[in-house]
Design a protein around this ligand. Structure first.
Ligand SMILES: C[S@@+](CC[C@H](N)C(=O)[O-])C[C@H]1O[C@@H](n2cnc3c(N)ncnc32)[C@H](O)[C@@H]1O
Length: 240
């Protein structure tokens, strides 16, 4: 996970042009068409709270969980009024239900294996109110992922420069992203290394995980903001 590099996460994805506000706007507009009474929202794998802050701006009562303590700490700084807890998405039980559960920016791929994806989707579904909606933004599937892809992102601030480079690898249905960081600050130049392993789950694998949790998967196209399809599932009123 981002144990060594949580402090650089926002700068890296800002440099990449990640648009949390536009994504939340698009998603909230859709949620309000299918579940107009929704108020409570749980973000599973909320990271540094980029979406939490935007859903809070849009009037949702938000809660976040993330397995990485440093991400949780950063999200709490960004959203001081919000409950944000350390928890593992494959087995969390918050003892309450939400109108909306989201898991965005490929977080569910960190489950790595289909059986852990099933557990994750089941835990998300178990936290939905009757009539509630789950929205998952998947990572790439095996047909989209390109092993050997050479990637670099650079952050150029007055007193901090970051270079993050990787050459993607694949082991079976798992993407291996070995991120090499060079970080220059007034304290000097630091090198860091972090491996991320993500399951290359296809739509059928998500559809099966949703079905096992009592949800019919619907594919949403939000190309203008997310640039990727999202997977949504609705719990029927009265539960299922
Ligand atoms: C790519 S980041 C996305 C973060 C955030 N959703 C966003 O849009 O910026 C993936 C997040 O999933 C979290 N994560 C990975 N495995 C997890 C697990 N088993 N349970 C909960 N969170 C997990 C990581 O700590 C990280 O914050």
């Amino acid at each position: 996970m981002f144990t060594q590099t949580a402090a650089f996460y926002d700068a890296i994805y800002a440099a990449r042009g990640k648009a949390y506000a536009a994504e939340a706007d698009a998603l909230a507009a859709w949620i309000r068409t299918v579940a107009p009474e929704s108020t409570t929202l749980l973000d599973v794998g909320c990271g540094t709270g980029g979406h939490l802050a935007e859903f809070e701006r849009l009037g949702f009562e938000v809660t976040g969980i993330d397995a990485d303590l440093k991400m949780v700490a950063l999200a709490r700084v960004r959203c001081p009024e919000v409950t944000i807890e350390p928890a593992n998405m494959t087995l969390f039980d918050l003892g309450k239900r939400f109108d909306v559960v989201v898991s965005l920016f490929g977080t569910t791929a960190y489950a790595r294996l289909p059986n852990h994806l099933d557990e994750t989707i089941a835990r998300c579904a178990a936290h939905l109110e009757p009539g509630g909606v789950l929205v998952v933004e998947p990572f790439l599937d095996a047909s989209e992922f390109r092993p050997g892809f050479v990637d670099a992102v650079f952050v150029d601030e007055p007193n901090r420069k970051i270079a993050r480079m990787s050459v993607s690898k694949q082991m079976g249905k798992i993407a291996i992203l070995d991120f090499h960081y060079l970080v220059a600050t007034l304290q000097g130049v630091e090198r860091l290394f972090e491996r991320h392993e993500l399951g290359l789950f296809d739509e059928a694998t998500y559809r099966s995980a949703f079905a096992a949790a009592g949800l019919a998967l619907e594919r949403l196209a939000f190309a203008a903001s997310f640039g990727r399809p999202l997977y949504a599932g609705l719990i029927r009123v009265g539960g299922s």
